[in-house]
Design a protein around this ligand. Structure first.
Ligand SMILES: C[S@@+](CC[C@H](N)C(=O)[O-])C[C@H]1O[C@@H](n2cnc3c(N)ncnc32)[C@H](O)[C@@H]1O
Length: 314
């Protein structure tokens, strides 16, 4: 069911003839879709998380069975590109609401010479996923907490299931909000008192708890019709002086700036009053020789049944 572009090359999705749709306001934690610092942050984070988790599909027994893969909210495209690099028979589509991220991802795919098997499209995942029913073997979503409100999950999961073939896999990875470790400025002042509170107030978390969505993903997948739901936890440790710490430092530094407006809007002025002082404490604590932090992630995946609710005739 592939579509072809003007060159006759097989493409999964053809956006060239579509009228531009009116945009919804952003629900992402960084409002400005063209924020270059956020793009830089995601490029660092994407690579750091994928390698920390042990690759793109570390829990799947035989990833070579996935020939058509979709990455929803793909950011700078690192996961999709890495998937294509690792599995030569795989075609990957990545979608993101940000034009800037998609352009960056396309450039990266060309540099890595996988642009014949990886395509990127600007698309709002909160509307519909503009792909045929039952199309993909595996559909991936990482860090949905950053833009999905709790009430968006039913439609999001129904769309993920719709575009997955029967027997295919819906795979979701999310994070605990607080990274326990040696820095109270990061774990308490920044993550718990600002980020967690803001995410909860903005409707992105079901409960005001450090565990974020990780307590809820399994239930959500089961409730929305996935079969054989399984989970795999990951604990990524960042210790002073290591290359992983370097990346973590960059991620936190950039995040502190790019999500500032979101935190100020939703965490309240009490929590964010000493923003610059907290930032300085974070920098100092991260540079201590005994600095360490643990980022806990959970991957939850399940199988798409033969028929799903949206296909049933009532
Ligand atoms: C935290 S980043 C995660 C990127 C990538 N999944 C990863 O794990 O590295 C979230 C991404 O969601 C994108 N995003 C936000 N709202 C979106 C929407 N409504 N539809 C599609 N993408 C969206 C943002 O532009 C951003 O690239």
């Amino acid at each position: 069911m592939s579509m072809s572009d003007k060159t006759g090359k097989e493409r999964i999705h053809d956006t060239s003839r579509e009228p531009r749709k009116q945009e919804h306001p952003s629900t992402y934690i960084v409002q400005d879709r063209e924020n270059r610092r956020e793009m830089l942050r995601l490029a660092i984070q994407d690579q750091m998380i994928t390698s920390g988790m042990g690759g793109v599909l570390p829990e799947q027994p035989n990833p070579t069975v996935f020939q058509r893969v979709l990455d929803v909210a793909c950011g700078t495209g690192g996961w999709a590109i890495e998937a294509a690099r690792n599995y030569p028979a795989m075609s990957v589509a990545g979608i993101d609401i940000s034009q800037q991220m998609i352009e960056y991802a396309r450039g990266l795919a060309a540099d890595q010479q996988v642009n014949d098997r990886v395509e990127f499209h600007v698309m709002d995942a909160l509307r519909i996923l503009e792909f045929p029913d039952r199309f993909f073997d595996l559909v991936n979503l990482r860090f949905g907490v950053s833009f999905l409100r709790t009430w968006d999950w039913p439609k999001m999961l129904s769309e993920l299931l719709r575009v997955t073939r029967p027997g295919g896999i819906v795979r979701v990875t999310d994070e605990e909000i607080v990274h326990p470790g040696s820095s109270p400025a990061i774990s308490r002042s920044f993550q718990e008192e600002m980020l967690q509170r803001a995410l909860y107030q903005a409707g992105h978390l079901f409960a005001d708890k450090t565990t974020g969505l990780t307590d809820h993903l399994e239930r959500l997948l089961i409730q929305h019709g996935c079969l054989q739901v399984q989970t795999k936890a990951h604990a990524l440790v960042f210790r002073a002086g290591t290359p992983e710490w370097q990346a973590y430092y960059g991620d936190v530094e950039h995040a502190f700036q790019t999500i500032r407006p979101f935190l100020q809007k939703w965490a309240g002025s009490g929590a964010t009053r000493e923003y610059d002082a907290i930032r300085q404490r974070i920098q100092e604590e991260m540079q201590q020789p005994d600095f360490h932090a643990t980022w806990n992630l959970l991957t939850v995946w399940g199988v798409r049944p033969d028929t799903i609710e949206s296909e049933q005739v009532h």
